[in-house]
Design a protein around this ligand. Structure first.
Ligand SMILES: Cc1cc2nc3c(=O)[nH]c(=O)nc-3n(C[C@H](O)[C@H](O)[C@H](O)COP(=O)(O)OP(=O)(O)OC[C@H]3O[C@@H](n4cnc5c(N)ncnc54)[C@H](O)[C@@H]3O)c2cc1C
Length: 579
């Protein structure tokens, strides 16, 4: 029996010999990433009492590690930036990209609600967002696709708005020196090396922020750090508790309805009653070796992911125990990655910049190197056979490429670290034959591939995989290289090869939901009281990826939708879910 609530809503009770705590809120949100914090913010905004449970000792999950991009067609920031778009264009694009695996109800819900979701986030947090100019949709030539892009990102935010809570923000994926706040828009230009005028401009901006950050009382954050900090600041403002080190261990039901959760807090079991319902926002299962092997194609494991450490599929498993259906469990937010000794490096601009090719064990190209990252890894898995191994693949480049561009975070010209060579992640050789020998790739295949590719590069047209044809490919190209900013011959020794494995930003399969974010059983009936959003749910993107921010935009939007449904704000949740 409860003995009275403490300041954080937790009461204490005795049950036989085991002491446990109890607490009660309108809504319980498990997971403190983009999905969970947006849901909690929305719920609090509509007057509900809500708690956010976080398994690890830091808040923010993969969201805090991320680039912080948000794909949200038609939002106010894009409108103000003058991005020409219409709901019809966005609808036809998403239908094309997500494909038949994704019900129209889910796609419509995302597009209908993402602008209002961002309005609320902007009104209720210190977060400010900016269009990422020209970061094209990933299929800009598809019907409804936009070469100008539909992605927004956080404007650098002063993390001191969080006070002491800043110390509990999850770490970014790549360590950044104190005060350095690079945006996605900066990154595009910085990769081109210090001589490009736009890189100089971007460098000055980053430097200016670093100076400001070193002033007492400032700490500039960007990317996912700014996003997670901004959302957390909104929760602080509304007094929403975020319980760290408090993993959800199971769901509690009564009469077929989810009425609460079991949690471990400070090493003790706690039972939390949820008067209205529970949102599972516990991220994907990228860090669960058993689930990855069970659901995904080999070779796979937990070594090549950059996702958050706590994402072991707990919420998905808890839903499954209640009979929930799952979808897309075989897929992930894949990306070609280099297995560096301190963790995988997820390649972005490296594949697009001119002067590199990606080859398989036969020394042959097998995909447009600049393809959207999910597609590039699908091609790795799809064609991977014993005779023609695509895993690992190799990103081969020459000294001119190394001298010009930033590579895996290293400035141009700087020698690749010895520990990368020692780990077998990169190799270097005076000619292509020797390089093929050290990486175990067919030397004739590699020689022929590079000779053919060099002809394409000189002509400015990739006759094999059309690299550079799409505006998406060109975004991370080098505009100084004409006529094709993605193509240059590999001609200047020595040559390098970086090992490429199928890495990921997290998994995208999870609990199946409807347009109200309600978790479904295999017969499509909802489990009363149970909701899911973000990577704990089967993605609205299906097996694809619409554009930069296409995981966080939907995560936030379905978190918002779940909270609207739970707080019974039906006037805002229009009847789109039956279409
Ligand atoms: C390096 C990197 C860059 C990326 N860049 C982008 C980008 O720019 N745009 C984009 O759209 N996507 C990007 N992504 C992907 C994106 O970050 C994730 O898909 C997204 O943040 C998932 O949000 P979420 O809320 O579902 O999960 P998360 O942000 O991972 O949050 C889930 C939280 O739940 C917690 N949790 C797990 N189990 C439990 C439990 N039992 N009880 C309580 N809590 C639990 C976890 O510890 C975690 O904190 C990137 C990812 C990475 C790693």
């Amino acid at each position: 029996m409860a003995t009275g609530p403490t300041a954080d809503g937790l009461a204490h009770a005795e049950s036989g010999t085991a002491q446990f705590g109890t607490a009660e809120f309108d809504i319980v949100v498990a997971g403190s990433g983009a999905a969970g914090m947006t849901a909690a913010l929305t719920a609090a905004h509509h007057g509900a009492t809500v708690v956010v449970l976080e398994k690890t000792s830091a808040f923010g999950g993969s969201t805090a590690r991320s680039g912080g991009g948000i794909w949200a067609p038609g939002n106010a920031v894009l409108r103000r930036a003058g991005v020409a778009d219409t709901p019809e264009l966005a609808r036809s694009y998403l239908a094309q990209v997500a494909g038949e695996d994704v019900p129209a109800e889910l796609r419509n819900a995302l597009l209908e609600h993402c602008p209002a979701m961002l309005d609320l986030v902007l009104a209720a947090t210190p977060l400010r967002l900016a269009w990422v100019p020209g970061y094209a949709d990933y299929y800009p030539e598809a019907p409804g696709g936009l070469a100008s892009g539909r992605s927004v990102e956080p404007v650098p935010l002063d993390g001191t708005v969080l006070g002491g809570e800043l110390a509990r923000l999850n770490q970014p994926y790549l360590p950044v020196p104190h005060g350095v706040a690079v945006t996605q828009a900066d990154y595009r230009w910085l990769t081109l090396g210090p001589r490009h005028p736009r890189a100089i401009l971007a460098g000055l901006k980053v430097g200016g922020r670093a100076v400001r950050s070193r002033l007492p009382g400032h700490r500039m954050l960007s990317l996912g750090q700014a996003l997670a900090a901004g959302l957390r600041a909104g929760l602080l403002d509304r007094g929403v508790p975020v319980w760290l080190d408090s993993p959800l261990t199971d769901l509690v039901t009564a009469d077929g309805r989810v009425t609460g959760v079991r949690v471990t807090r400070n090493g003790r079991p706690v039972l939390i009653r949820a008067r209205r319902g529970v949102l599972i926002a516990t991220g994907g299962f990228e860090r669960n070796e058993r689930m990855r092997r069970q659901y995904q194609q080999a070779p796979v494991g937990t070594d090549w992911t950059t996702g958050g450490a706590g994402n072991t599929g707990d919420g998905i498993l808890a839903g499954q125990r209640l009979g929930a259906a799952t979808g897309l469990m075989d897929d992930a937010w894949w990306g070609p990655s280099i297995p560096l000794p301190r963790g995988p490096y997820f390649c972005l601009a490296e594949r697009n910049l001119p002067g590199c090719v990606m080859v398989n064990g036969a020394g042959r190209r097998f995909v447009n190197e600049s393809a959207p990252y999910v597609d590039a890894v699908h091609a790795m898995y799809d064609g991977n056979t014993a005779d023609n191994p695509h895993i690992p693949a190799w990103l081969v480049f020459d000294q001119r490429y190394r001298d010009r561009y930033v590579f895996a975070g290293l400035p141009p010209r700087r020698p690749l670290p010895r520990r990368w060579y020692a780990a077998g992640a990169v190799f270097r050789a005076p000619d292509l034959g020797k390089l093929a020998a050290v990486i175990g790739v067919d030397p004739d295949g590699l020689a022929q591939t590079v000779a053919r590719f060099n002809e394409f590069a000189r002509a400015g047209r990739d006759e094999e995989f059309r690299r550079g044809d799409s505006a998406y490919d060109r975004y991370y190209g080098d505009p100084r290289v004409r006529p094709n900013p993605n193509l240059a011959p590999l001609a200047s020794a020595p040559f390098y090869a970086a090992k490429i494995v199928p890495g990921d930003l997290g998994t995208k399969g999870g609990l199946r939901t409807d347009g109200r974010a309600r978790v479904l059983r295999p017969d499509d009936t909802p489990i009363p009281g149970l909701y899911a959003a973000g990577n704990a749910s089967a993605s609205v993107m299906g097996h694809s990826y619409a554009g930069a921010g296409a995981t966080i935009g939907p995560a936030m939007t379905f978190g918002y939708i779940a909270a609207l449904d739970l707080t019974q704000a039906p006037e805002r949740l229009r009847a789109i879910c039956t279409t």
